[in-house]
Design a protein around this ligand. Structure first.
Ligand code: SF4
Ligand code: MG
Length: 317
């Protein structure tokens, strides 16, 4: 059963160049993207910086207005809802941010940080909220002794644990993890990943998970979605994507992971991601693809189903 279905989602930003109307540019950050996330699974989202991963996640959880398309959450299209009609959705969907230093209010205690979503979304008494805060602290490997400390009194890893406790406090169905380990020491990244994985099972949460570390994404994800310049180029089960990548971009991306993925031949990814203001016609990857032919310039490739919901968007597959 799907918790989320995204259909032809577009998020364009308007960039004004001075005050002259004709200089308005459209940035196609998310450009006609469709996929689903099953209840209880983790969908990993990968691609170079500037490919639209964060924008896709943020649009999906309605931190942004939707330019076009549908976001079906648990059977209901929430893509056009006004803020006042998003209350239920806001309670069921939480975010864990990249930077626990920036995302925790330095003037609030851990207790109050964890209680904040409960203040917004529930009518629990103060005593009840305190109980939840204690419980969540323990769930993330801290204790009630930590409740009255301020963010600066914690290590980076502990701060991210508080960010996780805050997200969990309202027992959400879905958490958008936007690079939750990128700002942490390598030595504690695995601990936080394992914690997120355990909590997912315990609380029956569904994750959309962005990380730069492709090995971590493989470890935590049931399925993986590869994005390039606002579009999906390949999506499928983690094992299919990592062991048998079919899109030239996915191959190049994965070949940067050392040795263990030696089944993928080394392919060098040259050049930068082109601007999303004026993306290449046809296949957006064609300016960096060594297999590009005439058709790649003329037509955007459609999804090809390779079986088991492994979709790839390439004319040559
Ligand atoms: Fe390369 Fe053409 Fe495939 Fe795009 S459609 S990835 S340009 S071969
Ligand atoms: Mg990002």
């Amino acid at each position: 059963m799907n918790l989320i279905e995204v259909k032809n989602l577009k998020k364009y930003f308007v960039e004004k160049d001075g005050l002259i109307k004709k200089n308005i540019k459209e940035v196609k950050a998310v450009d006609d993207v469709s996929f689903y996330i099953k209840k209880g699974e983790t969908l990993g989202l990968v691609g170079e910086s500037g490919c639209g991963k964060s924008t896709l996640g943020r649009t999906l959880i309605r931190l942004y207005d939707v330019t076009d398309g549908e976001i079906i959450f648990d059977g209901v299209d929430i893509s056009k809802n006004k803020e006042k009609d998003l209350k239920q959705f806001r309670k069921r969907v939480q975010t864990i941010f990249q930077d626990p230093y920036a995302s925790l209010n330095p003037n609030m205690t851990a207790r109050d940080i964890i209680k904040e979503p409960l203040d917004i979304h529930t009518k629990l008494s103060n005593a009840q909220k305190n109980e939840v805060a204690y419980e969540m602290l323990e769930k993330v490997g801290l204790s009630r002794e930590h409740a009255d400390r301020y963010p600066h009194e914690f290590s980076g890893g502990q701060r991210q644990r508080i960010g996780i406790a805050r997200a969990l406090s309202v027992k959400p169905d879905f958490i958008f993890c936007d690079e939750p380990i990128s700002a942490l020491d390598v030595s504690i990244q695995a601990q936080v990943i394992n914690l997120l994985d355990d909590l997912k099972d315990e609380f029956k949460i569904t994750y959309l998970f962005i990380a730069h570390d492709l090995s971590m994404v493989r470890y935590i994800s049931d399925r993986v979605c590869v994005m390039y310049l606002g579009s999906i180029v390949e999506i499928g089960n983690s094992s299919d994507i990592y062991e048998n990548p079919r899109h030239p971009y996915t191959k190049a991306l994965l070949s940067s992971i050392p040795s263990i993925y030696s089944s993928v031949k080394e392919e060098i990814l040259e050049g930068d991601v082109p601007s999303p203001i004026n993306p290449p016609s046809g296949c957006k990857f064609r300016t960096r693809c060594k297999y590009a032919e005439k058709i790649c310039e003329e037509q955007a490739p459609k999804a090809k189903d390779l079986g088991d919901n492994h979709l790839v968007y390439c004319h040559m597959v």
